[in-house]
Design a protein around this ligand. Sequence first.
Ligand code: UD1
Ligand code: UDP
Length: 368
Amino acid sequence: MMKRIAVVFGTRPEAIKMCPLVLELKKHPDLFETQLIVTGQHKEMLYQVLDVFKLKPDYDLDIMKESQTLFSVTTSILEKIKAVFDRLQPDLILVHGDTTSSFAAALAGFYLKIPIGHVEAGLRTNDIYSPWPEEFNRQAVDIISALYFAPTEAAKQNLLNEGKPSSKIWITGNTGIDALKTTIQSGYKHEELDWVGSDRLILITAHRRENLGQPMHQMFRAIRRVLDENKDTKAIYPIHLNPAVRKAAHEELDGCESLHIIEPLDVLDFHNFMNACDLILTDSGGIQEEAPSLGKPVLVMRDTTERPEGIAAGTLKLVGTEEDAIYREFNRLLNDQEEYDAMSEASNPYGDGHASARIVDVIKTILS
Ligand code: UD1
Ligand code: UDP
């Protein structure tokens, strides 16, 4: 009998990592009816991704508000999603990772006793406040999941350490790498890359909730100091739409001539900017997974990471959020060729680009 699968996500990174899976599920219309529910936790940044993958949601809960809080995101999703689940009666709900959309959708599924499949299960820092609230979200989703799609061996081990049954855990690779395999283009061109010319290109992103305020100001100050001292270096910063991020960035970075703050790039452009750059400074999670595949060094402006594989591969370095530490590490990497070369080895700790197909194979067996 045909099984109904509800895929739920709400933010840019979830969309980038779940669209390849939705497309893979949709290759089997004889087996599954795949329904795409977006919470609308993000709006423009979510549809930028859906447009690239040419997917239209079946339901959009449309919950985003300017300067939304964890309370409003959680309660709006819980209030709106019940009616959709009641109507669809899914056999399986698939959520991704660690956002509040994932947590609230999984909680709603749990209340309705519908099985949850967790894509990108098992990532841990084991510090509940870092990243915040994501570490709670991912642990909470794993408590109520029936199927665990772990991207790596280490993620599987985290789940086993918590007593999750090994018969419900599959190592699949990360679906983000599936996306990356479809976006990189040889001969890619963009006017911002023309502006950089033969200078070195630094790509910057920042958005983490726990970095809002003082840490973010310190990050930006360090970046400005380094750019002022290294004249053959340019930076491009596609800025998150969060007004709090924008305010801090403009206060610290306006007038810096070697840095361009630009609107968020769609995923195709962003992946190609990553491919063209020399170095990335970020507090993002997904970028830590993509960069090793492309052999791009990343200074991670956070105190913890749930992506130890990239550190082990040598591509990622945790530099915290203190101004002087970021200044020192950033400057060093620009001026120490040996260190730079060591961090630029391409590797694939997060998979081979076939994670979605593996997940669909598991679901076929489980639901048949
Ligand atoms: C969310 C996730 C975070 C993830 C990040 C990816 C939670 C609690 N946080 O954080 O885990 O790393 O997405 O980017 O789930 N905004 C827009 N348009 C958009 C998107 C955002 O205007 O398309 C603005 C809105 O003013 C919104 C604000 O950004 O209120 C913050 O968005 P929110 O989803 O609450 O937080 P993120 O930092 O994006
Ligand atoms: N990304 C994008 N456009 C941008 C910046 C990032 O498409 O302007 C992509 C990036 O390649 C990665 C994902 O968005 O796949 C990361 O999203 P984000 O940093 O917002 O969230 P996180 O991964 O930290 O949850």
